[in-house]
Ligand binder design. Sequence first.
Ligand code: PAP
Length: 339
Amino acid sequence: MATQKQSSSDEAKTNLETLILELPRERGWIVDQDIHLLNGFWYPTWVIHGLLALQQHFKPHPNDVLLASFPKSGTTWLKALLFSIVNRATFNHDDMMHPLLKSNPHELVPWLEVYASSNPTNPRPPESLLFHTHLAYSSLPEHIRSSSCRIVYVFRDPKDVFVSFWHFFNKLRPKESSSISLQEAFNQFSRGASPYGPYWDHVTGYYKASIQFPNKVFFVRYEDLKTEAVFHVKRLAEFVGWPFSEEEENEGVVQKITDLCSFDKLSNLEVNKNGSLIRNLPSTRWTVSVINKAFFRKGEIGDSNNHLSEDMREILNQITEDKFKEIGLTTFVPLVKTE
Ligand code: PAP
């Protein structure tokens, strides 16, 4: 029996490897990290392993909350906020033992593809109703899209996303890996063939879903959160089913949670200055220690102005305008008026 099980799992692995070999391929931004085009999106090899496991075996609960994002759009921040919002009955924002004071937000909200790539037949992380994914909407397991679980999607100006992503890869890259120049990475990003890209199709998928299913998909802009944090944190809490009571509002709880999750607060904690996360991806040869500091660089709007030439900015602005015009999305104007 054990041998039969073993051979069917070996067979599944071989089929998966054959499938991956047949997909269009591009260089990723670090060694061992080629990206493959699967149903319109470019994913690293190990993400495809995780994605297929999720599509086959992930069973959502109706109360699950899934945070979705294109990398570098505000994931760490939203993980901190959502964790604090949904767990506030257990962990008070001013509790000295609050988990955010001792753990990086990525340790508190599991990343589904990573977990699934290590646990392909049982890809649901235990004891959590709050998860995160970088998968595109169309790549999500059908069970997630058709269930009543909720999805929060954060998006950000692609110029800042690109610059943030490039810096992050530079910090992540093992010494033996050859680097990718800003220009090379830019060329890949702008033609859509970069990790998790095309950025514009990623955003469009979730935006359309948020229009079609407003009770299922919540769409928030990083820039809006930066400028009107308390207002959007309240909306977020309502959407995920944990609205702030009048009493909490009078006690300033929303502001306190917002402060706890702010860039200044989180980036100055010992765990985020000196701690690290170990990412173990058994489907590749890749085990990497990611320093927590890498998730906190500047946390500003418009830092891309310091790194991209005027031509590069113009190219990304033009693509963005063209792609988002069709769906009525504008990157540079608040999505929801605060009054
Ligand atoms: P991930 O996709 O790898 O999880 P993600 O958290 O989405 O990364 O993006 C990191 C960006 O969010 C960084 O932006 P920067 O490179 O332009 O500085 C990081 O600084 C920023 N960031 C992290 N935490 C916060 C926060 N609490 N508030 C605002 N921005 C934040």
